[in-house]
Design a protein. Structure first.
Length: 67
């Protein structure tokens, strides 16, 4: 993998981390205000999808090394 590819993956990972944190903050705010639980569950589902995508990208950045 080239340096540029790794840089792009690191940038994408950073963006996803920020988006994940944003969703987390939004979910907390929605829970405090007392929003509809269905909306909160949808947000949690999106947050989980972001976390899964982030894990995929991090796996590409740091490949498994067989010892």
């Amino acid at each position: 993998m080239s340096e540029q590819d790794q840089a792009e993956l690191r940038l994408a990972a950073a963006r996803l981390r920020q988006e994940h944190e944003d969703y987390d903050a939004a979910i907390r705010a929605m829970a405090q205000v007392g929003c509809n639980m269905m909306q909160i569950q949808r947000m949690k589902k999106k947050k989980l999808a972001i976390k899964d995508r982030l894990q995929q990208i991090e796996d590409q950045i740091i490949p498994d090394i067989i010892a």
